[in-house]
Design a protein around this ligand. Structure first.
Ligand code: ADP
Length: 484
């Protein structure tokens, strides 16, 4: 049971054109708790008809929303931010229920989600254009920034709140309207955010949420020429499909896709700091974030020490229901996620890896997997090539800086990378050589609302958060005026 201080947050209908809409045939989708498989609530199964209605409403709403002064949009977004903060405990409880992450992490995500709304409420007022010195004396050249128009967002389950606000806040700040198709596993948080948006005074049609079959809703959003932009966070596989679907209408795209983050520890690192960083980076959300360390490269001189210390820490991590006090590792999202983790571990063991700790399903049953450390891991194993998305730390041994940079870059992904060294010259060399959109030095935690989040190579397109994030929702218009 989900006990909320504010029961109004639990919505079982979608917000479309200012109305709370259910399926005409009463079809619903169960939202289950990954801890025990119990049904938390149901949400409507809507399809292309309701999505079209949302698109038309978003287009209509765009006229007035984009015409507001930025300061007015900022004030409304600020109210949305305040409401998210006021309801952070409930939003946290909701995320623990539908996603499984420990309550402290879930509340942390609610605040993280709110931070994007605060930041972009402020940035709304700082959308500057340019004047360009003309090559001739008879003209004046001006660059205007204008909102793109109707935007769509398709979001994942691992951050049910933050992946929505990181897209919707800059879109709304810029003057765009947005339709969100949340992940089928975590729609309740999305609907709660829609309720709070409504309470904050965000006008009808400006922020809408549609739940139902991904392919149908995604297909309708991408096929529409009224939708001018798609922002997607999820797997590279689905990103590729959506990019193709956006090709006929030449839609603008932001894609935050898979990662395969290397976490490098050099002999000259502060080992205790590296252990802390590895714990935070690897085991947050039970390893289910796209910036989670996926491959841990440890230099030969500190390999054994690092492995022993990490295993000791990992063994003491409390595993259990996200609602239990002190739990650090919750269940995985579903059976498929568990199967992937098992497959990666089995593949590594078959090719010569050794279990230092863990390596089995959790004693709690369900979709729990023990926090795990694997040693003797090599580049030929699946854990080296694919995102495991679970609480498994594979340890690779390396000899030289050159070797490790080559191994770290030997992947089609390029989202986040981390390294630990106390050598300042090396830190610059390695930071510049890593082919990644984000690099953390002596830290395992790099995400915040003021910094640009995003990847290179097949990890995606564009950046979210920061002063750059709002640009993703703006078009440049060049205005040339002849003065004589
Ligand atoms: P994950 O493997 O982490 O669940 P996905 O990329 O499958 O990541 O899902 C991310 C989001 O993309 C979810 O909201 C999901 O419903 C949606 N999605 C999945 N497949 C499609 C598709 N073919 N078209 C549109 N959206 C999709």
């Amino acid at each position: 049971m989900l006990n909320l201080k504010n029961p109004e947050l639990l919505k079982t209908a979608c917000l479309i054109d200012g109305k709370w809409v259910t399926s005409p045939k009463g079809a619903t989708l169960d939202v289950t708790n990954p801890f025990d498989g119990s049904v938390v609530a149901t949400v409507p199964v809507l399809g292309s008809i309701e999505t079209e209605t949302a698109i038309i409403a978003a287009e209509r709403a765009f006229t007035d929303w984009s015409a507001l002064a930025a300061k007015e949009r900022a004030a409304i977004l600020r109210r949305w931010f305040n409401l998210i903060v006021e309801n952070a405990d409930d939003l946290g409880a909701m995320m623990t229920a539908e996603q499984g992450k420990p309550l402290a992490e879930a509340k942390g995500e609610a605040m993280y989600a709110a931070s994007f709304v605060e930041w972009f409420a402020e940035e709304a007022k700082r959308v500057y254009g340019d004047t360009i010195p003309s090559p001739t004396t008879d003209k004046r050249l001006i660059v205007l920034k204008q909102p793109i128009g109707v935007c769509a967002a398709i979001t994942p389950w691992n951050f049910p709140a933050a992946m929505i606000t990181r897209k919707a806040a800059p879109a709304l700040a810029a003057g765009c309207t947005m339709i969100v198709k949340p992940a089928e596993q975590t729609p309740l948080t999305a609907l709660a955010l829609a309720y709070l948006a409504e309470q904050a005074g965000i006008p009808k049609g400006v922020f809408q949420v549609v739940t139902g079959p991904a392919q149908e809703i995604g297909g309708t959003l991408t096929a529409s020429d009224k939708v001018r932009k798609l922002s997607f966070t999820g797997s590279t596989e689905v990103g590729r499909i959506l990019m193709g679907q956006c090709a006929p209408t030449i839609k603008k795209l932001s894609l935050e896709l898979g990662g395969n983050a290397p976490f490098i520890v050099f002999d000259d690192a502060d080992i205790d700091a590296a252990i802390e960083g590895a714990i935070v980076s690897k085991y947050r959300n039970a390893g289910q974030t796209c910036v989670c360390a996926n491959r841990l490269y440890i230099q030969a001189g500190v390999y054994d020490t690092f492995a022993a210390k990490l295993a000791e820490r990992v063994k003491s991590m409390p595993v259990g229901a996200g609602t239990e006090q002190g739990v650090l590792i919750g269940p995985l999202i579903d059976e498929d996620a568990l199967a992937k983790v098992e497959e990666h571990v089995a593949d590594a063991l078959a090719k010569g890896a050794k279990i230092v700790t863990g390596g089995t399903r959790g004693s709690q049953g369900g979709t729990f997997y023990e926090p795990t450390v694997l040693a003797n891991v090599t580049q030929s194993m699946k854990v080296a090539r694919e995102e495991t998305f679970g609480p498994v730390a594979p340890l690779f041994k390396f000899e030289t800086e050159e070797d490790v940079v080559a191994m770290a870059n030997d992947t089609e992904f390029g989202l986040a990378a981390y390294f630990y060294t106390e050598n300042a010259r090396r830190s610059w060399r390695v930071a510049e050589a890593l082919d990644y959109g984000m690099v953390g030095h002596n830290t395992g935690l790099i995400s915040n609302e003021v910094a640009p989040f995003g990847g290179v190579k097949q990890s995606g397109l564009g950046r979210e958060g920061s002063k750059y994030g709002i640009e993703e929702y703006l078009e440049i218009k060049y205005f040339c005026t002849a003065i004589r």
